[in-house]
Each structure stands twice: as C-alpha cells, then as structure tokens.
Design a binder for this molecule. Sequence first.
Ligand code: CTP
Ligand code: MG
Length: 227
Amino acid sequence: PRHFAIVPAAGSGSRFGAEKPKQYLSLLGRPLIFHTLAALVACPDIDRVWVVLAPDDSEWGRYDWSELGAKLETVRSGGATRAESVANGLQAAAMVAAEDDWVLVHDAARPCLSADMLAALFHELADDPVGGILAVPVADTLKRADASQRVAATEPRDGLWQAQTPQMFRYGRLVEALEKCSAVTDEAGAIEALGLPPKLVRGDTTNLKVTYPADLALAAMILRGRK
Ligand code: CTP
Ligand code: MG
C-alpha cells in the first residue's frame, strides 16, 4: 500500500488571536505551514500531500510553494470543523487512493514534525491491523474541577497520553469512520467509535501544536536547534 498525507489548514486560529490564521505566521522567515509541509514532502514513503484550505483563504496565494515539489496538492474545501476539513480532503484524494492505502492526517499547526517521528510511526504501524497516532504520556498532574473551579478530584495520570498528529489509518476505513462519526476532535476518535483501538506510538513533546503565542516562540527554538 502507498502512503498519502492530508493536512487540515482551514482553521482561523482564534485562540492564538493574530491578525491572520496562525498557519501563515512567520516562523524562521517562512510561513509556519511551510515547515509542516516540508517535513511531509521530504518523506520518501509519502506519495502525495493534500492541503485543505478554507474556501476564502487569502494567504496561500501570496507565497511561492514550488520549492516543496510536485507532491503537493491544494483543495479549497475546508469545513466548519477540523473533522469536516479532513473528510473533504479525503474526498479529494478519492481519485488516487485505494481502500487499503495509508493516510496520514497531520495538523498544519504542527511545524516541528521530524523525519524520526515519521519513521517511528511507519515502523510501528507497518503491519498494524488498525493504525495509530503519535502521542506522548501526560506529564502534568491532572485536576478535575467542580462548578466553582475548585478541585473535585486528582485524576491518576497513569496510562493517559496526549494525542498528537500524524494520525495514520487505512484510507477506506478512515472515510467510513468519519462518515459515521464526525463529532470528534481527532481521527483516532472516529476509529475508536467503530470499536477499533488505535495504537499509541510514542512521539516527542517537540511535536507541539501551535495554539497560543508562546507555542510559536517554542517552535522557533525547536527548529533552530535542529539546523
Ligand atoms: N482546522 C481545519 N478546519 C477547521 C478547523 C481547524 O482545517 N474548521 C485545522 C487547523 O488549521 C489546524 C488543525 O486543524 O491546522 C488543528 O486545529 P486547531 O489547532 O484547533 O486550529 P484552529 O482551529 O485554527 O485554532 P483555534 O481552535 O484556536 O481557532
Ligand atoms: Mg480549532
């Protein structure tokens, strides 16, 4: 089977609160999403990468993406939710992808994906019947809040992981999963709703999602440290 990537990039970055969507903010002199896409197209096992833009995106066209090569395709079919954007991206891939090809869904907002992380994912999931996701064990102590924002309980963090992306599943099954269950915040959630257990592949905390301004500064440090 082949491997394809879908990159949902149709969010507005409301928590970040910048003047434009965070995927286009400058990171080491490039739009943030450039780094995300560069990591994916550099992977020899990934045949094609679909970037899902918002229909009214006015930023993508401002930049020259030719450096990233011919694997890149854009579709302007972003939806109201991330799951919808991913489902629309999968639809665009339908002409190329076979049922048992692998799809890696990766957030545009995770620019620090590395070749090592991709290699771990491919290695751990090569013969896997379900597929899986990069994730890291929860590091902080977890508190459950009551209605007045006081601690109702301390939750044991044993066995709790933070989900990251890429999330890698078979094309046909992922389409089916998202059709049946679109009220999810990641692809694994939809696969779980089919009764299947995705594998947790240990990733790295440097694969952070840029959500708030401090994350952008951290991403810059991480990428600079690798060069
Ligand atoms: N995304 C998308 N379509 C949406 C919402 C999100 O393609 N309707 C994408 C974002 O562009 C991002 C990824 O999904 O690459 C993860 O979402 P998130 O970090 O929540 O980004 P935003 O939704 O843009 O940020 P916020 O929730 O703060 O508005
Ligand atoms: Mg969001």
